[in-house]
Design a protein around this ligand. Structure first.
Ligand code: AP5
Ligand code: ZN
Length: 219
């Protein structure tokens, strides 16, 4: 199964991606996570990406497309029958067209573009309340998904942290960029009859149940 997850910052892409990938046994490929991992390790790609991410801007298309094309050659993707879930990619029409071309080389196409629909005014609260475990990458929320002990990961007892780009001003910039550059992808995938709109305002379990209803048709 080949899926892309669309939605503004804080829509719940990472949260749903984890559950979808566990259920359908496909690799979860998050371009944001790949960049953050590269930043942590001070790789040339990480150093370059940081310039943009810290300001809430998109990393240039060519860098992202090359990175995703390489990632889609990995064994986990091939073992899943050239299956994957892309979280945070594509983010521009250029990237979406590049993904079509990458799939075409494999004689494949996307199954679904799942769009998590969440009103923009909710996003700042979601993103600014997010806390992450540096060890296992589990995501929490100070109000909507509280850890058992404040500020500590339930799974490995590691202190949680807040992402650098989750500060209010940077989130506002990310939302602006989403509207300008990523929102048009909904029409792009509507035209290709791939779009599935999901109400992302519901409880996370209900969001997942709605996604399941669609995906179980091709299980
Ligand atoms: P990226 O890491 O992709 O961030 P994003 O798209 O802004 O999305 P987020 O991770 O902020 O949110 P999410 O939708 O995953 O929400 P989550 O599930 O965590 O990208 C970061 C940066 O990298 C970009 O700004 C850019 O610079 C660069 N980049 C990445 N990809 C790129 C690309 N393709 N091209 C160019 N640049 C790229 O949920 C958020 C919070 O809400 C959590 O705390 C969660 O617990 C909570 N929550 C989730 N669902 C619910 C719910 N239903 N109800 C209540 N709370 C909920
Ligand atoms: Zn943890």
């Amino acid at each position: 199964m080949r899926i892309v997850l669309l939605g503004p910052p804080g829509a719940g892409k990472g949260t749903q991606a984890k559950r979808i990938c566990e259920t359908y046994n496909i690799p979860h490929i998050s371009t944001g996570d790949i960049f953050r991992e590269n930043m942590k390790n001070d790789t040339p790609l990480g150093i370059k990406a940081k310039e943009y991410m810290a300001q809430g801007l998109l990393v240039p298309d060519e860098l992202v497309v090359d990175m995703v094309e390489d990632r889609l050659k990995h064994e986990d993707v091939l073992n899943a029958g050239y299956g994957y879930l892309l979280d945070g990619f594509p983010r521009t029409v250029f990237q979406a067209a590049a993904l079509c071309a990458i799939n075409a080389k494999k004689d494949c196409e996307l199954d679904f573009a799942i769009n998590l629909d969440v009103p923009l005014d909710i996003l700042i609260e979601r993103v600014s309340g997010r806390r992450i475990c540096p060890k296992c990458a589990a995501t929490y929320h100070i109000k909507y998904k509280k850890p058992l002990v404040d500020g500590i990961c339930d799974l490995d007892k590691t202190p949680l942290y807040q992402r650098d780009d989750d500060k209010k001003e940077t989130v506002e910039k990310r939302i602006e960029i989403y509207q300008d550059q990523t929102f048009p992808l909904i029409t792009f995938y509507e035209d290709k009859q791939k779009i599935i709109n999901i109400n992302g305002l519901q409880h996370m379990t209900d969001v997942f149940n709605d996604i399941e209803k669609v995906l179980s048709g091709v299980r």
